[in-house]
Structure formats: C-alpha cells, structure tokens
Design a binder for this molecule. Structure first.
Ligand code: NAI
Ligand code: 15L
Length: 263
C-alpha cells in the first residue's frame, strides 16, 4: 500500500509505531516527508528529513512546520498517563500544531484522535461521531480537547481537519475487545490517504476501524470520506480468549485511576 502526496507532508510522532507504518507507505511513492518527534527514527527513507521537536514547545513546533503543505499529527502520549503529561504533550502539543498550521497557512491537519474519546459508552451501545464525547481517561480527555481544538480552528480560521478516532491499530487483534476495535495497518494507511485527499472535509471526525464482523462504532462517516476498509478481524475468528466482554468500550482504560499516576 502506498500513498501519493504532492508537496511536503509533515508527520508528528514519526518515530512511533503508526508513524513508521505511515512513512513506509509514503516512501513507496517517494513523498517528501518532514519527520518530527522527540525521538530519532530508527531509519530514514529517501525523501525524508528529521526534525527533533517537542510539541509542547510551540515556538519549536512553529519553526519545524515551516514550508509543510499538510500535517499528519500522530505525536504525543498514546496511552493512559498523568494529567501533567497529557496536558503537556497532547493538549499543549495539539495547540502547537494547529497554531502553527494557522500561522503558516497550512490548509489541512489529519489528527490522530482515539476511540477513548468515547470509551465510557457501554459495550452494548452503538456510537456515532456526532454523539457526545464520553472520555474514559485523562488521555481520552486530551484527545477530546484535540477534536474540539480542530473544530475551533475550522470554524474560526478555516483550517481543515479530519479527526481519526483510531480503534486498536496493531498488526493483529490482541484480545477479545480488539475483535471489535481492530484497525489493520493497511486500513490505517488507506484511512490517512482519504483524510488527506478527500475534498472539502471541513472538520470531520470518523472512527478508524476495519471491516470487523462486529464493532462499537458507526462506520458511515468514514465511508463519506471514501474510506473502504479491506481487512477484517474475522481473519482472527479462532482467537482464543475466554475473558469476559468489557462493560465499557474503553476496556482497561476505564479501570485505571490516572490520579494515582506520577508524571
Ligand atoms: P506511539 O507511542 O508509538 O508514538 C507516539 C510518538 O509520539 C512517539 O514516537 C513519541 O516519541 C512521540 N511523542 C511523544 N510525546 C511527544 C512530544 N511531546 N513531542 C513530539 N513527539 C512526541 O503511538 P502510536 O501507536 O504510533 O500512535 C500514534 C497516534 O495515534 C497517537 O497520538 C495515539 O494516541 C493515536 N492512537 C493510536 C492507536 C493505536 O492503536 N496505535 C489507537 C488510538 C489512537
Ligand atoms: C489507544 O488510543 C492507544 O493509543 C492504543 O495503544 C490502544 O490502547 C488503543 O487505544 C485501544 O483502545 O486498543
């Protein structure tokens, strides 16, 4: 799977798991990619440059994003963490990214939100992106902030954004819950491709989930972008897990008391 993009594409969180998956797909088409992260990538593909940048530092982020034509914003804390940590990396970091987009006139941001924005819905419910946010953690709350920030920057400054409420994006489902929440790496790349190229997105929020036999989420808004998932957790039907179904969609994130976590 490869992605075409005309111009320079900035990828925050480029050294992370999904950053590496995305960059491999961009490298197939020789796209010019500005890789941004606090950690150096293991390797750089042809067409890539690396800028070490802490997104909590708004000035550094502004500088790093100069000349970019679009941003895929994956960088930040990707799991449960203390309030101070998510505020710095995710709340402050997303502000840095959207503010840099505004100041540089970058027209579109693809934002890695998370299913944990709505993790406090019960597992028996079907949730659509236009239903109220119900974060299950400080992490989910920081992603909810990012979506609301994107809405503000669209309404006030005309910066287009697609918020991807990514389910569980791993090589394969890891537990019973992930049979419903799994997004394959290939479908992740296809989704980012549509989020970058679909015309007139305004501010759109979609769930990022493969064509699993069962899911918690309404897939229609993703279809509107032209996203068609190819993969399905049905391929893992033999998955051997006798653990009970979680009560809430966010699974273990609901049970973790983040007020007890130290930064
Ligand atoms: P990851 O943890 O592997 O990668 C995140 C990257 O962000 C890391 O390379 C890290 O060094 C970088 N980073 C952290 N703080 C930073 C800061 N202050 N400034 C600059 N860079 C910073 O996470 P992964 O799995 O690649 O996820 C990418 C994005 O997608 C994250 O925002 C995550 O919350 C989101 N997401 C991922 C899901 C998944 O299943 N992998 C599910 C839902 C959302
Ligand atoms: C997320 O938001 C995390 O980044 C990822 O590591 C998984 O925990 C995923 O959600 C999930 O819900 O499975």
């Amino acid at each position: 799977m490869s992605i075409q993009f005309n111009g320079t594409l900035a990828v925050t969180g480029a050294s992370g798991a999904l950053g590496q998956v995305l960059r491999a797909a961009l490298a197939c088409s020789g796209v010019a990619v500005r890789c941004m992260d606090i950690r150096e990538p293991q390797r750089l593909h042809a067409g890539e440059t690396f800028v070490r940048c802490d997104l909590a530092d708004a000035e550094a982020t502004l500088h790093a994003l100069q000349g970019a034509d679009a941003i895929v914003h994956l960088g930040g804390i990707s799991t449960t963490a203390s309030f101070a940590e998510v505020v710095a990396a995710n709340v402050g970091g997303s502000f840095s990214v959207f503010e840099a987009a505004r100041r540089h006139g970058i027209r579109r941001v693809v934002y890695a939100s998370s299913n944990h924005v709505t993790g406090y819905y019960r597992s028996t419910q079907r949730v659509a992106p236009d239903m109220p946010q119900r974060p299950d953690s400080f992490y989910g709350l920081s992603k909810a902030f990012g979506e609301n920030l994107a809405q503000l920057y669209w309404d006030k400054y005309g910066i287009e954004a697609v918020g991807l409420r990514i389910g569980s994006c791993f090589e394969r489902p890891r537990d019973r819950r992930m049979l419903k929440t799994w997004l394959s790496h290939g479908d992740f790349v296809r989704l980012v491709d549509r989020a970058l190229h679909a015309p007139k997105v305004g501010h759109t929020v979609v769930y990022g989930v493969s064509d699993n036999p069962q899911t918690y989420w309404d897939r229609d808004p993703g279809n509107v972008l032209g996203f068609v998932p190819f993969d399905s957790a049905a391929a893992f039907a033999e998955f051997d897990d006798t653990a009970p179904e979680p009560q809430f969609q966010g699974g273990s994130f609901v049970d973790i008391d983040e007020t007890k976590l130290e930064p």
